[in-house]
Ligand binder design. Sequence first.
Ligand code: ADP
Ligand code: ADP
Length: 218
Amino acid sequence: GQLLHFEDVAMTFPNGTTALSGVDLTVNRGEFVTVVGPSGCGKSTLLRIASGLTPATEGVTQVDTSRIGYVFQDATLLPWRDVQSNVELLAELNGVPKAKRRATAKEAIELVGLSGFEKHLPRTLSGGMKMRTSLARSLTLDPELFLFDEPFGALDEITRERLNDELIKLFTEQQFAGLFITHSVSEAVYLSTKVVVMSGRPGKIVDTFPVEFPFPRD
Ligand code: ADP
Ligand code: ADP
C-alpha cells in the first residue's frame, strides 16, 4: 500500500520563491526512500509538505496515515528534561496516561540503545545520543511513516555511520516506511531502498533508482 503520494507538486512561498516544481513521489509501505540533492533544491520543503506542516501551493499531496514521525537535524530536546521525560513528551502531549507512556518510552529508549541514560540531561549527552533520544521520542508514536530531515548531518562520521546502521536495523524491525533527506550521495545509497535525486531551483526530481536492500556490508 502507498503511504505517501505526490503528483505534480509545486511550492511557491509568499515572497515569490518557487522551491519545488513538478514533483511526483510515492512512498510505499516497506520502502525507505532517500532524497538527495544540493543545498537549496527544496528537500526540506518537500519533507515539510509530507508532514503536513506546510501545504503545497499546487498538485496532489496524499498522505495515507496520521502516524508520522519527524526527526530534524537539530535534535530539538527540551534542555530541562532528562532523556526519559524528553522521550515521553509526544505521548504526554497526546494525552497518553503516565504508566503507559513510561512503558512506551522505556521500550523506545531500549530500541535506540540508550538504556541506563534515562536520567541524563541533554547537555550531558553527545550529539549522537541526543539524536538517539530524538529518534526514541518519535518512535513512541509508532509511526507508519518516518520523515528524516538530514538527522545525522551535524554528527561526526563514525557516529553517523553507526547511526546509519542502527537506523537500518530499526527500519527492518519496526517496519515503518522512511523518507530521508540528505545532501550526501553515499549516505542516500547506503540507507535506502530507493534513491530520489533532486536538483535545480526550483527543485525537481531528476532521477529515481532502486537500491538493493539491505546493502551488502563488510
Ligand atoms: P534544501 O532543504 O534542499 O536545502 P529548502 O527546502 O530548505 O532546500 O529550500 C528550498 C528553497 O526555498 C531555497 O531557495 C530556500 O531559500 C527557499 N525557502 C525555504 N523556505 C522558505 C520560506 N519559508 N520562504 C521563502 N523561501 C523559502
Ligand atoms: P558525501 O561526499 O556524498 O557527503 P561522504 O563520503 O562524506 O559522502 O559520506 C557521507 C556519509 O555516508 C558518511 O558520513 C556515512 O554516514 C555514510 N556512509 C558512507 N559509506 C558508509 C558505510 N560503509 N557505512 C555506513 N555509512 C556510510
